[in-house]
Design a protein around this ligand. Structure first.
Ligand code: FES
Length: 170
């Protein structure tokens, strides 16, 4: 199915097209990897809603990416529970081992590092989301093991496009 067909099918479940913006953005991001302006406008046109409504949602939620992200988007929670369990140390460690700052992407296009608000999994603090998966009870050793496994996963992909391959599951 084309993106338009998927969005129209999703939108048919809602009495108000404005309510379908979120699922439509999820579909569009799955198709394009991120959500540049022309894609947002296309989503608005398909749904027949104001473009500003689509922009508002796409720029509010960390779930959506206006800019390209790496193959693996590391979203470390820095809200209260995770902060109390030393997420700041983990952020520093990630910045050091990846050689990038928060908000950056590694030159090989593998990792983008972000911090996000509460992921709703405080019982596993500190928590990081990678694609659709949560990784909890993190410490430096677990972070290193996770990065190794993600690198292994990437090496199994025949060719990772340097211009930011689409994150799996996103
Ligand atoms: S504060 Fe980090 S998951 Fe809730």
């Amino acid at each position: 199915m084309t993106m338009r067909e998927q969005i129209e099918a999703a939108a048919a479940r809602y009495p108000d097209q404005r309510s379908a913006i979120m699922p439509a953005l999820v579909i569009a991001q799955r198709e394009h990897g991120h959500l540049p302006g022309p894609v947002l406008e296309e989503v608005a046109d398909i749904l027949g809603v104001e473009r500003i409504w689509v922009y508002e949602l796409a720029t509010f939620y960390t779930l959506f990416h206006i800019e390209p992200v790496g193959m693996f988007h590391l979203q470390l929670c820095d809200n209260v529970s995770c902060m109390l369990r030393r997420s700041e140390d983990l952020l520093r460690h990630l910045e050091e081992v990846l050689g990038i700052k928060k908000g950056g992407t590694t030159p090989d296009g593998l990792f983008t590092l972000s911090t996000v608000e509460c992921l709703g999994a405080c019982e596993m603090a500190p928590v990081m989301q990678v694609g659709d998966e949560y990784h909890g009870h993190l410490d430096v050793a677990r972070i290193d093991a996770l990065l190794d496994s993600l690198r292994d996963m990437a090496s199994e992909v025949e060719s990772v496009e340097p211009a930011f391959a689409r994150p799996p599951g996103e």
